[in-house]
Ligand binder design. Structure first.
Ligand SMILES: Cc1cc2nc3c(=O)[nH]c(=O)nc-3n(C[C@H](O)[C@H](O)[C@H](O)COP(=O)(O)OP(=O)(O)OC[C@H]3O[C@@H](n4cnc5c(N)ncnc54)[C@H](O)[C@@H]3O)c2cc1C
Length: 397
């Protein structure tokens, strides 16, 4: 049987960060990826913070466009409140190129990456994992990192985490349209092929978080909605996406362009710090421990941060308590952990509608110079949500 210091399952952002960390310390590292190549299971793209990614993986990150504007639209019924932000350092990137690049950086540091191989289960002896069984044979290691994403079958089989349930998951549906660079630039008023814009939308009935990203010559648009609500109200996700495209006017823009990709994925709504993150010499990271924000879809930065810490834990054989402590200390990760109560609350009852109503009334008050209206909005109509907001503020400090 082949023997390694550390075996990592999954060559996504979390797995490649773990591999880079461990291989940079001179350990014998093997990464197992079930796709034909890293990123092939994530064919479209994402918006990421370039400076964070390059601080871990170095320069030369492949990206599509600099995101110079993020438009936020808060819909209550069909009337949106729109706010434009001008962020710094955000880019869109194609996952195939991006994941391949991160994996190649880990290979340059000495990790061995084997694609087209599926991890099936760990073999345990007295609470210590001894080897990993794959569809192409068995490998042994001193420690293991499970960076297998949201469908974490090996983690579940090992009893480290429970099965996902509709109560704690968001269903996402995403489409990518091929659109010529010049058409895309004209569609969104982009001055050149390197400048991009993103759009985030929140709708409240039912609760839907939507996004739109511009790549070089394509456009991604998608939604996420709590599965519990979809099931209870018998709403089909594809119908929700169609309604969303109509409501935002995107349907009209993409009319006549070819659909390059249509995919659906579950996004975990819960997770760290309320679940196990390790057992013996096995460490979980990234989406496998639910480190993704279901409202903003931001999951790559915490995946990289937790992957690096999982690599470090595997190197030093940390206890699960120390690993958990290190995760909690990390800014990128603790942000998601602390926001969980806020998200749960936001997704309960009609809270999202109440917040959006409040924001839109306050902004309308500003626009019309109605300071008394703003005061009345805050003090009068929304008495029921102010205590919640204060409690969030206290919890997030
Ligand atoms: C619709 C949508 C849009 C998103 N947009 C953004 C965005 O714009 N920005 C952002 O930051 N995040 C975004 N995210 C979240 C982001 O994609 C994830 O948080 C991130 O990819 C998590 O990284 P990971 O390495 O933990 O898991 P993954 O990227 O899922 O990688 C897991 C890897 O493990 C492999 N694998 C799984 N099981 C096995 C097995 N048994 N054997 C071998 N290999 C296995 C998979 O093939 C995969 O390559 C989005 C998510 C969705 C669903």
């Amino acid at each position: 049987m082949l023997e390694y210091d550390i075996v990592i399952v999954g060559a996504g952002p979390a797995g490649s960060a773990a591999a880079l960390k461990a291989a940079s310390e001179g350990k014998k590292v093997l990464v197992i990826e079930r796709g034909p190549e890293p990123g092939s299971k994530n064919v479209s793209g994402a918006m990421v913070r370039k400076d964070y990614v390059t601080s871990v993986f170095g320069e030369d990150m492949p990206f599509e466009r600099n995101v110079e504007t993020i438009k936020l639209s808060l819909y209550n019924k069909d009337k949106p409140v729109n706010i434009d932000f001008h962020p710094e350092g955000l880019v869109t990137t194609g996952r195939l190129k991006f994941d391949k690049w991160m994996s190649s950086v880990s290979e340059k540091a000495g990790a061995m990456v084997i694609p087209k191989t599926t991890a099936l289960k760990l073999k345990w002896e007295n609470g210590v994992a001894k080897s990993l069984i794959t569809d192409r044979g068995e490998v042994s290691a001193k420690s293991f990192v499970l960076a297998e994403g949201v469908n974490s079958l090996v983690s579940m089989d090992s009893g480290i985490k429970g099965d996902w349930t509709p109560a704690n998951s968001v269903q996402s549906v995403k489409m990518v349209y091929s659109i010529k660079k010049t058409d895309l630039n004209a569609m969104f008023g982009l001055p050149d092929d390197n400048t991009g814009m993103s759009w985030r939308m929140v709708m409240t009935d039912p609760l839907v978080a939507g996004f739109m990203y511009t790549y070089k010559d394509s456009l991604a648009v998608g939604i996420g909605s709590p599965i519990k609500e979809l099931v209870e109200r018998k709403i089909r996700p594809e119908k929700l996406l169609d309604d969303f495209l109509e409501m935002t006017g995107i349907a009209e823009k993409v009319n006549g362009y070819s659909l390059r990709e249509y995919s659906a994925k579950i996004i975990p709504e819960g997770g760290f710090p309320d679940i196990n993150v390790a057992k013996g010499n096995v460490y979980l990271c990234g989406d496998a421990i639910g480190l993704v924000d279901p409202l903003s879809f931001d999951g790559i930065t915490p995946a990289i941060a937790s992957g690096t810490l999982a690599g470090e834990a595997a190197l030093n054989n940390y206890s699960s308590e120390i690993y958990k402590y290190n995760l909690m200390k990390n800014k990128e990760i603790s942000k998601i952990a602390k926001e969980r109560p806020l998200e749960t609350d936001f997704m309960t009852g009609n809270k999202a509608g109440e917040y959006i109503n409040m924001v839109s009334s306050v902004l309308e008050g500003w626009a019309s110079g109605d300071l008394m209206g703003i005061r009345n909005t805050i003090v009068g109509s929304y008495r029921n949500i102010i205590p919640d907001m204060l409690s969030f503020v206290m919890r997030m400090r």
